[in-house]
Design a protein around this ligand. Structure first.
Ligand code: PAF
Length: 261
């Protein structure tokens, strides 16, 4: 597995990559959910590249950016075992030579839910994803459905800007309790993780969105939203100082609920 930190040397290597290239963008602190994306990329492509870049532009809260766990050596060991060929690990100067004065914005989907509660988040996310896609030049890029609004925005950006690649949506991985895997779970206590599984149970229940929000609030969460749209039921809730998001397919006949995801 080769590690690249600058765009020039990656581009030299990219010219020698013949065949399809699957790409998994990450911010590191990898868990089984990320590795599942790598396995999917491995299965359907000749080569696999993974980026590890904690993108300052998408953190609306500076403390959250600083608290984000950096585990580069452990991440590389996991990626090597999972069969990744290339890791791209730039620093912020490499990615933001323009000082983030040029950014990508979307004005409909990006304004609500996550966008409303995290101002600037989606512009930072779309800008870095566009940069990474232009640098890596993949055949396919893999995004988890856990960040459902992110997935919709990336699909929309790629279509609107005519980017020549396929975006592959991948189902959310959950632990045995139903809790969606997330790097943020590492900041919960064991008891907190068990309690956080209530988010999934509530989303899957027959309650309407308002009642579901009440249940979570009464159980000690600070719930920002429970909303049904885009064929999903989506939620963001704080447990202590950890912000968790999740969503489930709303249509009971969707492939994930039939176990075909
Ligand atoms: O989902 C993430 O980890 C990030 O938003 C991404 C896509 C790597 C962009 O920084």
């Amino acid at each position: 597995m080769n590690i690249f930190t600058d765009i020039g040397s990656w581009r030299d290597a990219r010219r020698g990559v013949t065949g399809s290239l699957g790409f998994v963008p990450t911010m590191g602190n990898l868990h089984a959910g990320h590795l599942d994306l790598v396995y999917r990329a491995r299965k359907n492509n000749d080569f696999v590249a993974v980026s590890i870049f904690v993108n300052p532009a998408q953190f609306n809260d500076k403390a959250d950016f600083e608290k984000y766990q950096r585990t580069f050596d452990a991440d590389c060991a996991l990626l090597k075992d999972a069969g990744a060929d290339f890791v791209f690990h730039p620093d912020a100067k490499e990615i933001y030579a323009d000082d983030y004065t040029l950014r990508v914005t979307e004005t409909v989907i990006a304004e609500e839910l996550e966008g409303a509660f995290r101002p600037g988040h989606f512009a930072g996310m779309l800008t870095v994803v566009l940069k990474l896609l232009n640098i890596i030049a993949p055949t396919r890029a893999y995004f988890g459905e856990k960040d459902y609004q992110q997935l919709l925005l990336v699909q929309k950006m790629c279509a609107a800007l005519f980017l020549p690649l396929e975006i592959v949506p991948c189902p959310t991985l959950r632990d045995a309790s139903g809790l969606a895997l997330s790097s943020r779970n590492g900041r919960l206590t064991e008891g907190g993780r068990a309690h956080a599984a209530l988010i999934y149970k509530t989303l899957m229940s027959d309650m309407d969105d308002a009642a579901a929000k009440d249940v979570l609030d009464h159980a000690g969460f600070r719930t920002e939203y429970v909303t049904t749209k885009w064929g999903r039921r989506l939620c963001a809730a704080w447990l202590g100082d950890v912000r968790l998001i999740d969503n489930v397919p709303k249509d009971p006949l969707s492939p994930h609920l039939r176990g075909e995801g």
